[in-house]
Design a protein around this ligand. Structure first.
Ligand code: FAQ
Length: 354
């Protein structure tokens, strides 16, 4: 061993001991059900897992605006249009809270946006299906928002506090989204024509199976579940949430007067839950891999929106620069603040805004 290596060895040993101590304390906090804040020490794998899940979630909210957005100019009444506008706007807001939560972990919104626009990032498979009729809007509210709530309520107790806090508000709004969808379908089923009732049934037939896929692969094939459950990021497994969702929907479908497109769906008294048919996981894999009915269309729409918004970002950056030049010069104690941080091109670092 060289003299230099001998000098380094105790330092490395010390760092390793310190890391082990931090890891032990982190594990103890997780075991005690404590929340972890952004400033707290956390293992790198925990941080990466959160960025992966939260950014995918944020992208889902943003891409999720597209299928319903298509119907804003086609809504049948002023009331339905106002509700739909508010809902789509809420989804945009959810995306922003979630990007902000992911940013607390050290990944910039520009990096996340770049990953989405290049097709590298995942977002929920459900938003790669088309909205063919007005009944699809109500069905998305009922089933897609319903599945989202089922999955997201446990996330309000997620061990990472900024994500958990964001989810509290998101869930309140998703609850309104689910109710408006159910009420829209109920109106069509109870007061509509035979053609409208058929339209609802057709929409439910098309959205049922993709909604079940929203919960992710079966537990036995989910690579991340075990570790995420250990860390208290996920509180309930993919399969358990899927089952809860199915059980809730059976009762709601009966109230609506629609059937669910699964001949194997049957109450199992022994299990105290419904049995259901096989999910086509090959379809799920295809959609997640980019080959669903609308993947290309969705990505193209997001890229066009990004390009069309360039002038807004440029104008906001120019405004921020102007304000900075006008502001009385203060000794710099912290980096300059102001909306400009989120306004650069994806992948371009922030110095531009300063
Ligand atoms: N689609 O090992 P797991 C909404 C990926 S928001 C695409 O089980 P994990 C609101 C997964 O990412 C809907 N990919 O992974 C709304 C992973 O890929 P990776 C979104 C999926 O993370 C309503 C791989 O498969 N909600 O609807 C899907 O432990 C109406 C292995 O899977 C959330 O994101 C899928 N369905 O569990 C907006 C909630 N499922 O990273 C507009 C938060 C799995 O290895 C209109 N996220 N994958 O490349 C979660 O709870 C979890 O991330 C899961 C997946 C449960 C989605």
């Amino acid at each position: 061993m060289t003299t230099q290596a001998m000098d380094l060895a105790p330092k490395e040993e010390h760092a390793a001991l310190e890391e082990a101590d931090l890891q032990q304390r982190f594990d103890a906090r997780i075991d005690a059900g404590d929340f972890i804040e952004a400033k707290d020490w956390m293992p790198e794998h925990y941080r990466k897992t959160l960025v992966r899940q939260i950014s995918q979630h944020a992208h889902s909210e943003i891409v999720g605006m597209l299928p319903e957005g298509h119907w804003i100019t086609r809504a049948p009444t002023l009331k339905r249009k106002a509700i739909l506008l508010a809902k789509v706007q809420d989804e945009g807001g959810h995306g922003l809270y979630l990007y902000a939560a992911a940013e607390t972990l050290g990944t910039s919104r520009d990096q996340m946006t770049a990953a989405l626009l290049s097709g590298q990032a995942k977002y929920s498979s459900i938003f790669n299906y088309p909205t063919l009729s007005w009944a699809d809007v109500g069905t998305i509210g009922w089933l897609v928002d319903g599945a989202a709530i089922m999955n997201q309520v446990p996330l309000t107790r997620c061990s990472y506090a900024p994500y958990a806090r964001a989810m509290v508000r998101v869930c309140r709004e998703e609850s309104f989204h689910q109710r408006q969808g159910f009420e829209s379908l109920l109106t069509m089923m109870q007061q509509g024509t035979a053609a409208q009732r058929e339209m609802v049934q057709d929409a439910v037939n098309r959205w049922w199976w993709p909604s079940l896929m929203m919960f992710g692969p079966p537990d036995a094939e989910s690579p991340h579940s075990a570790q995420s459950m250990r860390w208290g990021i996920k509180r309930i497994s993919n399969d358990a949430l899927r089952q809860k969702f199915i059980d809730a929907c059976v009762e709601q479908a009966a109230v609506l007067g629609v059937s669910l497109p699964d001949p194997a769906l049957k109450w199992n008294a022994e299990r105290g839950a419904h049995d259901f048919g096989a999910i086509d996981w090959s379809e799920f894999q295809r959609v997640v891999a980019g080959d669903g009915p609308c993947n290309r269309e969705r990505l193209a729409a997001r890229n066009t929106a990004w390009e069309d918004g360039a002038w807004v970002r440029d104008a906001a950056m120019a405004h921020a620069r102007k304000r900075e030049n006008l502001a009385p010069k203060m000794p710099a104690t912290s980096p300059p603040r102001g909306g400009a941080s989120d306004l650069g091109r994806p992948g371009v670092e922030r110095q531009e805004a300063a």
